[in-house]
Design a protein around this ligand. Structure first.
Ligand SMILES: [Zn+2]
Length: 164
């Protein structure tokens, strides 16, 4: 948790809903349980809850702390009460904390940093014991490692964003 001084609340009040949606931080299981038990939650479900105490009101509306449990990890951010939606929170957390790992050189990073390689439409022939079929594959692109160019990318790896 950051120190919640006057400057913190002033910044919070000026943040848009979009800015708030990208402000997830990781926390420990202990912090998560502590916040869940401190007050009856204002909202609860889908692995998430909103602490039952309004932080402040800003341009995005009345803000409450949301905490979420996802795949054995714990996260929190301030969120407008009216935007309560655990499914949206889940995709926000994945966008912020789940990335890609190169199985060749170990490069680790978000999807936006992957090198996209495009290829033109091409013909591919599948040959079996007693058949041969030619298919036309549409043009498209593949994700490659920006460091070594390998296509062996694991796209489901947790990134540690709190260390930034
Ligand atoms: Zn690589």
């Amino acid at each position: 948790m950051p120190e919640r001084d006057l400057a913190y609340f002033e910044r919070l009040q000026s943040m848009s809903a979009a800015e708030l949606s990208g402000s997830w931080q990781e926390e420990s299981a202990e912090e998560f349980s502590e916040m869940r038990d401190v007050l009856p939650p204002a909202r609860m479900g889908g692995g998430a809850f909103m602490v039952g105490s309004c932080l402040t009101t800003g341009v995005a509306g009345s803000l409450y702390d949301v905490h979420m449990h996802l795949s054995g990890r714990y996260f929190w951010r301030p969120a407008p009460l009216r935007s309560w939606d655990p499914l949206v929170y889940r995709s926000e957390i994945r966008a912020q904390f789940v990335g890609n790992k190169c199985m060749e050189c170990g490069w680790l990073g978000p999807s936006k940093d992957l090198h996209r390689e495009s290829f033109p439409s091409r013909e591919v022939t599948h040959v079996g014991r007693d058949f041969s079929i030619t298919d036309t594959l549409p043009a498209g692109d593949v994700a490659a490692c920006p460091e070594c160019g390998s296509l062996a990318i694991d796209m489901n790896v947790w990134l540690d964003r709190n260390s930034e």
